[in-house]
Write a protein that binds this ligand. Structure first.
Ligand SMILES: [Zn+2]
Length: 284
């Protein structure tokens, strides 16, 4: 379009800038509020069956992944960039392949079930493991790698506000998680890092890059961490997957039986429509 006159253009620019500032302030306030509530949830989580992590309705990807359900975080602060990234994190595979990712494990109740169904459908995936869980269950990390899946660092203990810690502390957290993984599988590459809760900020993005890991977000999120039921999880994944999708699922951090059951519906459908592949180990 063409602007008829300079004064009108100036007025329009002022209006645009004002609108942008207002929406940014709104978005920042909302993000902080959500973050606080999550942090509280993280603090009260936990129990006799191990840690219960609170994930993960991160940003625009949730809205993109589940268009029928409004996300409290979908907004102008969370628009995916042209490259599919969120605040510097990769959100798509970059090819036509679809990648399934499993966060918050390994977990002795669910990881073996996830591995079994993946094996049944000959699908390779990527496991975003929490360092303290890798330390507790090294045999499960070994089983993941033995089946041909790839690994992603998901921090030492799922600290949602890790990005607010000093750079040295962030780096130490990521290194501690990598050390726990490497204690189990010394030669397995760890090329990806996923920030808990998708709470990306420059400090964690930077630390991941420095340590040779690509920040990894997602583009399809059925919010399985909320245990909405296998039917709902399967419907959202099947309804929203497209070439290049990175699908966020969980094999740990709580009761994940719904996710396991959903895989029995998801995998026949997705393998018929897409090539499913683990995220590559040579990501940089
Ligand atoms: Zn997580």
């Amino acid at each position: 379009m063409t602007w008829p006159a300079a004064p009108r253009r100036a007025t329009a620019l002022v209006a645009l800038v004002t609108a942008a500032l207002l929406s940014s302030a709104y978005a920042i306030g909302r993000t902080l509020a959500v973050d606080r509530s999550r942090q509280h949830a993280a603090e009260v989580a936990g129990g006799p069956n191990g840690p219960h992590y609170t994930d993960q309705p991160g940003s625009a990807a949730t809205a993109r992944g589940d268009r029928s359900a409004g996300s409290p975080e979908a907004g102008p602060d969370a628009t995916a960039t042209a490259g599919g990234g969120i605040s510097g994190a990769q959100a798509v595979t970059g090819t036509r392949q679809v990648a399934l990712t499993f966060d918050d494990g390994p977990d002795p109740r669910y990881t073996p079930q996830v591995l079994a169904v993946l094996r049944q459908f000959r699908v390779h995936a990527t496991f975003c493991v929490v360092g303290e869980n890798a330390q507790r269950y090294p045999e499960l990390v070994q089983a993941i790698v033995a089946d041909g899946h790839t690994l992603c660092n998901h921090s030492w203990n799922h600290n949602l506000s890790l990005s607010r810690r000093p750079p040295g502390e962030i780096r130490a957290d990521l290194l501690r998680a990598n050390a726990a993984i490497r204690a189990a599988v010394p030669d397995a590459p760890i090329c990806w890092y996923r920030q808990p809760g998708g709470m990306w900020a420059y400090p964690v993005v930077s630390a991941a890059h420095e340590l040779g890991m690509t920040p990894l977000h997602w583009s399809v999120d059925p919010a399985d961490w909320q245990a909405p039921g296998a039917g709902r999880i399967a419907a959202v994944v099947i309804g929203n997957a497209e070439p290049g999708s990175v699908v966020l699922l969980h094999d740990g951090g709580g009761n994940r039986q719904g996710t396991v059951d959903a895989l029995h519906r998801i995998l026949p459908e997705l393998t018929s429509r897409f090539e499913l592949a683990a995220l590559p180990v040579q990501s940089r």
